[in-house]
Write a protein that binds this ligand. Structure first.
Ligand SMILES: NC(=O)c1ccc[n+]([C@@H]2O[C@H](COP(=O)([O-])OP(=O)(O)OC[C@H]3O[C@@H](n4cnc5c(N)ncnc54)[C@H](O)[C@@H]3O)[C@@H](O)[C@H]2O)c1
Ligand SMILES: O=c1ccn([C@@H]2O[C@H](COP(=O)(O)OP(=O)(O)O[C@H]3O[C@H](CO)[C@@H](O)[C@H](O)[C@H]3O)[C@@H](O)[C@H]2O)c(=O)[nH]1
Length: 436
């Protein structure tokens, strides 16, 4: 089977590579010529464990191709995936300009039946807009070509993207007829060896499932952050509470970790977009509005704890920050809590020394030389008054407290991900603050 994936960003590149690993002939298309040139040279524009090896394996096997020209490939494929970005518009709604651009381009160039599948996260009703945009172009050309649209939202997580795509919990596909359903079943068959986890729905439901999933996960996190803040006030421990509730199989253990707020390219944007969809339909998503508010406050919680420790007298102090990416195993800093924290600290006259195993270049690209970039985690702590743990990379989990005791000027640790043992730190002479 031959397919094309339009948009070679995170999702496009990972899904294209994984489809080709399963024997599908995949052409990845992007308007960004530099990106395509790099990919052709084997240079991967994103950091994602396991991806580089898989890309080169499938390129060498002749199943994975990169181009900037959608026209040259449309005649040969059965399915066109659209995996372009859907960034938030000024009002929070999803901006569909790239999605509709792709639809028009397909309509201008297709010569035979195709299934056009939207993989990007898009609001309910988008498939209809895609269908209309394609049909308008066909009408303009005066040709009559059959096609179907489908919705196939993507649930992969950055940092675990290859695994998530290769072994999905489920694959959701919204279709309007049997013809499209048969083609999508055939495409995903190799991923279904350990049981059929394909869920076929109507198209609006598939579009909604993606927003509902991300919003539910974001809700769990904000709920736990809210609980954590209450635990602190009443003398309970959020980690114990998490274990106590997570073992209830109706609740489950995952995505119950309190921290310094959720970030990334999806949760913040998708929660906003769903609130907006509701608004446009005369409905108010009260729960999600609270989810957002809690998250906004949570992003400054490490700063609040730091201020409280020093009774507000922080001007001239130095903070060592471990972790910049919005989560481990990625260099992505979109909506990262570290960015909010850095701003708060700099505005309060604090010097910030940072270290992240992968996201240093990305941080520099975003904020330049406002902070001091250190070559390793310990260098960042030299003469620091406080250490803030923002991203729970594995290498930060078991630091040498005796080294830190020697090199730090102050002995304060603010743990934004609850990875340290408070008793151990106190035993080593540190003031330790966690979340909840
Ligand atoms: N990043 C994730 O972890 C993730 C996971 C699931 C779903 N999603 C959703 O998938 C979509 C894509 O996300 P992403 O992070 O991969 O985006 P991205 O911004 O990393 O990549 C989008 C790519 O599309 C290209 N593009 C834009 N217009 C184009 C056009 N007309 N023709 C060809 N290429 C074009 C851009 O050059 C860019 O390379 C979004 O809707 C996002 O919400 C993302
Ligand atoms: O218990 C938890 C779990 C996560 N987080 C934070 O939540 C954010 C998002 O984490 P994660 O969901 O692992 O990363 P993403 O790569 O953004 O993946 C989410 O967003 C993608 C894009 O839509 C979806 O495909 C995925 O299913 C969905 O998990 C990060 O800042 C995490 O630190 C917590 O604070 N506590």
């Amino acid at each position: 089977m031959k397919i094309v994936i339009v948009g070679t960003g995170y999702v496009g590149l990972v899904s294209g590579t994984c489809f080709s690993e399963m024997g599908v002939d995949v052409t990845c298309v992007d308007v960004d010529r530099k990106k395509i040139d790099k990919l052709r040279q084997g240079i991967i524009p994103i950091y994602e464990p396991g991806l580089e090896e898989l890309v080169s394996k499938n390129v060498n096997a002749g199943r994975l191709h990169f181009t900037t020209d959608l026209r040259e490939i449309l005649d040969e494929v059965e399915v066109v995936f659209s995996a372009v970005g859907t960034p938030p518009d000024e009002d929070g709604s999803a901006d569909l300009k790239y999605v509709l651009e792709v639809a028009r381009s397909v309509g201008q160039n297709m010569k035979k039946y195709l299934v056009i599948v939207t993989k990007s996260t898009v609001p309910v009703g988008t498939a209809l807009k895609v269908k209309n945009a394609i049909q308008e172009e066909l009408d303009r050309r005066g040709v009559n070509i059959e096609f179907d649209v489908a919705s196939n939202p993507e649930f992969l997580k950055e940092g675990a993207a290859v695994h998530d795509f290769m072994s999905p919990d489920r694959v959701v596909v919204g279709v309007a007829n049997e013809r499209a359903k048969e083609i999508m079943s055939r495409l995903y068959k190799p991923f279904m060896l350990s049981g059929d986890r394909m869920i076929f729905t109507d198209i609006p439901s598939a579009e909604m499932i993606k927003y509902a999933a991300n919003s539910m996960l974001a809700t769990r996190i904000s709920f736990m952050n809210d609980m954590a803040n209450l635990c602190e006030l009443v003398g309970a421990d959020i980690n114990m509470v998490r274990k106590g509730i997570g073992t209830d199989s109706r609740i489950g253990k995952k995505f119950l970790y309190a921290g310094c707020g959720y970030g990334g390219s999806c949760f913040p944007k998708d929660v906003k977009a769903l609130i907006k969809t509701a608004e446009q339909n005369g409905y108010e998503m009260q729960v999600l509005k609270a989810v957002e508010n809690v998250n906004e406050k949570q992003k400054s919680i490490l700063f609040d704890k730091f201020m409280k420790h020093f009774n507000g007298k922080v001007k001239g102090k130095t903070v060592a920050m471990w972790g910049l990416a919005f989560k481990p195993e990625t260099d992505d800093m979109r909506e990262a809590p570290a960015l909010v924290l850095i701003d708060l600290l700099l505005n309060a006259g604090v010097s910030v020394k940072v270290y992240d195993p992968i996201a240093m270049d990305e941080c520099h690209r975003r904020i330049g030389d406002k902070v001091i970039y250190c070559k390793d985690m310990y260098e960042a702590t030299v003469d620091a008054d406080t250490l803030m743990l923002v991203t729970e990379w594995k290498e930060f989990r078991v630091p040498s407290w005796s080294v830190l005791k020697k090199v730090m000027r102050g002995h304060v640790v603010v743990d934004g991900r609850n990875i340290y043992d408070g008793k151990e730190l106190k035993g080593n002479g540190f003031n330790y603050y966690k979340i909840g």
